[in-house]
Design a protein around this ligand. Structure first.
Ligand code: ZN
Length: 129
């Protein structure tokens, strides 16, 4: 499957059926808000931890297909990981988003689909939000 197909299938799927959309049942350890005024994306993310591991993540908000799909993919990728693993994965994603010729690290998994936006600089902010 090439990057264009992966991008289309994964982004469309996660925009249509966002994973982990909603609020946490327990008070979150962390809360973050992000906005991308250029596009109109506004998202809130809540994280629940057990020791240094992400036990659960939820998000809510409104945004374009790319920002919603990216948030949905992020929640799937983060749950069950340690904070250090989540940071490493974020760094990998950010690298392929901002380096046009960067090779797609197999460790990216489905997140590789986000690399499809790197040819559209205006959308990089939507994906990295
Ligand atoms: Zn957007």
């Amino acid at each position: 499957m090439d990057l264009k197909d992966l991008y289309r299938d994964v982004i469309l799927d996660h925009n249509k059926r966002p994973r982990n959309f909603g609020v946490l049942a327990v008070p979150p350890a962390y809360e973050a808000r992000g906005a991308n005024p250029l596009c109109g994306d506004t998202l809130r993310v809540w994280v629940q931890l057990e020791a240094d591991r992400v036990a659960d993540v939820k998000f809510e908000g409104k945004g374009c297909a790319i920002s919603v799909a990216s948030a949905s993919l992020m929640t799937e990728a983060a749950i069950g990981r340690t904070l250090a693993e989540v940071q490493a994965q974020f760094d990998r994603v950010h690298h392929v988003l901002t380096h046009h010729d960067a090779a797609l690290d197999p460790a990216l998994g489905k997140l590789a689909a986000l690399a499809g936006v790197r040819d559209f600089p205006a959308r990089v902010k939507c994906a990295s939000l």
